[in-house]
Design a protein. Structure first.
Length: 614
């Protein structure tokens, strides 16, 4: 007789309160809220654990893939996405050659950025020569002032070649509001071209025209909830304009496309894409489309440049890989992995190849394209999806109260908000509240810039005035990179670790100090330990040290720090690693330099450079 007894029936499931009681015991009096509850930048709390009961009031777990409100994705049978690579078209023939090459290397979506002076029928025909447009996702973008002309040329080319309009998947991107954000330009009159382009391409069921580039906000430092909330308001601005111009709502919604960035917050980014589809579907629904499928949100994801670094640049591969995984699991339409070296040079064949292979790896070897919304039902991600949706909706409603996204941009509300976040994040990076591996934490001690310099942004070249505020985009690592390059070009000081006393404490503080000072490019010399401070100081002077860092325990600083400082006698800068209880006594003896976890690393290093005459 078969044993039908269920496993573990003899065990009673613990309640949430029992879990909390156990945690309180393990914390040994520490504050639960401070130690274990994560207060996110997005404005909500994340608990250390979730249970089924936490989802009882949520509707998202009941949704199905491919069905309204599409929180679980637009597809029912797969998680397939287009692997896209962008090409800057400076020479149509060369761009065509490159496109044909990468189409044989795993790419099935091409993004062409075309200067306005190359928007001609001849150049577009040269660009697309030999490309089977019915099986490749094509994306064209130019200056908004030439978007309508580009759409007419592309339409004429497709008709000339006799392509099946039902099969063509392409985008002629029109997003003048991005220029208002990044260049401060008044694009009000240009917005009238949007309905014309949409009507021109309405016979193509897979065409997209109105594009929302919130990757721009992401690359300017926006928090996830800011990008999400503004994406909704930005998209709704275009949708409302199209409908007001007489465009059918189903056509208008169908031709919308969102270009969103992906940051390093792995699970939060997965939830962002789920929440984005959920909220956008609800917005479109209010326009009463005839087909619910018109409410599907088409998203192209691009891994961010905001956290990319010039030093230890191969770490950028780790960042972009997890970002690509978030986008794939989040269920995007297409994806661009940003090459690891874009912050300091034009991407090379090697870096572009690696970027392509990062997507192919998760698709062909990890099979991320097989399962639709694998995160569904995860108590944690379902909670994040709901929490992000609620916070983003607040931003959306705030912008609507201001008169819509374009009005908010004219008033500078959006720019001020993102710029303030950028400033805060740079401040957090300076204090190492935000970690950048290889830059403000665990830098490569021996790495040199070798002539690498940050790549600056280029202008649009339209010659328009800038009556509005602009986004101030600066990579998170830029301040540390500028400092390190300045040190390298001027004088590289030597920092010597005078390790003495308690073995565990001196080693820990020496490691901390080496990482701290190497962030400015200083040469650091660690040591196993000295029997006396005199021996340590003599060794430091023999090594021609510019800085001597005493590394010991708090209790022992009262014994060692002042004698070491006096024996050094101003022959090098003296630094104490830590913030000991006897700090005031040490300051009274003339010691003024202390490095510890509460320091502003960037400002401290700038101060040291100044003292050293660098």
């Amino acid at each position: 007789m078969a044993n039908k007894e269920k496993l573990f029936t003899e065990f009673q499931a613990p309640t949430t309160q029992e879990w909390l009681d156990k945690i309180e015991v393990d914390l040994k009096g520490a504050d639960f809220q401070k130690r274990l509850v994560w207060r996110t930048n997005e404005g909500f709390n994340v608990q250390p654990f979730y249970r089924r009961e936490d989802l009882k009031d949520l509707k998202t777990p009941d949704s199905l893939p491919g069905e309204f409100p599409f929180v679980r994705g637009n597809k029912k049978d797969s998680n397939e996405w287009y692997v896209r690579q962008n090409i800057a078209v400076n020479d149509p023939a060369e761009a065509n050659k490159k496109a044909l090459d990468i189409l044989n290397k795993g790419i099935d979506s091409l993004g062409f950025r075309i200067p306005k002076d190359l928007v001609t029928a001849e150049d577009i025909e040269t660009l697309l020569d030999g490309i089977y447009c019915e099986i490749v996702d094509l994306n064209f973008r130019t200056c908004p002032c030439k978007a309508l002309v580009l759409a007419e040329i592309v339409d004429a080319y497709f008709q000339k070649k006799g392509f099946d309009k039902e099969k063509l998947s392409f985008t002629v991107g029109f997003d003048p509001i991005e220029n208002a954000l990044t260049k401060g330009k008044d694009v009000t009159e240009r917005l009238a071209d949007g309905p014309k382009i949409v009507e021109l391409l309405k016979a193509y069921p897979k065409a997209h025209v109105m594009t929302v580039h919130t990757e721009t906000l992401n690359n300017a430092g926006a928090y996830i909830v800011q990008e999400l909330g503004y994406a909704l308001a930005w998209g709704n601005e275009y949708l409302q304009q199209l409908v007001d111009a007489g465009v059918d709502v189903d056509l208008a919604a169908r031709q919308m496309k969102f270009y969103m960035g992906v940051s390093e917050n792995y699970f939060m980014e997965i939830a962002k894409f789920r929440a984005a589809r959920l909220l956008w579907a609800q917005i479109v629904k209010q326009y009463e489309p005839k087909d619910d499928n018109s409410a599907k949100m088409c998203i192209n994801a691009t891994t961010t440049t905001y956290n990319q670094t010039l030093f230890d640049s191969y770490v950028n591969l780790l960042r972009s890989q997890t970002e690509a995984m978030s986008a794939a699991l989040g269920g995007v339409h297409s994806m661009v992995v940003t090459p690891f070296n874009v912050s300091y040079e034009k991407p090379t064949d090697f870096s572009e190849r690696i970027a392509r292979n990062q997507q192919l790896l998760i698709k062909e070897e990890s099979h991320f394209d097989r399962i639709v919304d694998p995160s569904a039902g995860s108590y944690y991600i379902e909670h994040l999806t709901d929490a992000l949706a609620q916070e983003a909706w607040k931003i959306f409603l705030k912008i609507e109260d201001e008169g819509g996204f374009m009005e908010a941009v004219k008033k500078g509300i959006v720019q001020d908000d993102i710029n303030a976040t950028n400033v805060k994040r740079h401040g957090d990076a300076a204090k190492r509240k935000e970690f950048l591996l290889g830059t403000n934490q665990f830098p490569n001690f021996t790495e040199k810039s070798d002539g690498k310099r940050p790549v600056g942004a280029c202008g649009c070249g339209c010659g328009c005035e800038a009556p509005f505020k602009k986004l101030e985009s600066t990579r998170l690592a830029a301040d540390f990179e500028d400092l390190r390059i300045h040190t390298e070009e001027t004088k590289v000081p030597t920092a010597f670790m005078l390790t003495i006393g308690n073995l565990a404490m001196r080693q820990a503080r020496a490691q901390f100090s080496c990482n701290f000072l190497a962030c400015a490019g200083y040469k650091v010399i660690d040591n196993l330990g000295f029997k006396t401070v005199e021996e340590g100081v003599d060794a430091a002077l023999e090594a021609k040290a510019d800085i001597v860092v005493i590394c010991s325990s708090d209790d022992e600083y009262a014994e060692y720090a002042i004698p070491a400082f006096k024996y050094l006698n101003g022959r090098a800068m003296f630094v104490v690693a830590g913030a000991p209880a006897c700090m005031e006594d040490l300051k009274a003896a003339g010691i003024e330099n202390f490095i510890h976890v509460r320091c502003n690393v960037l400002e401290t290093l700038k101060e040291y450079n100044q003292k050293l005459g660098i």
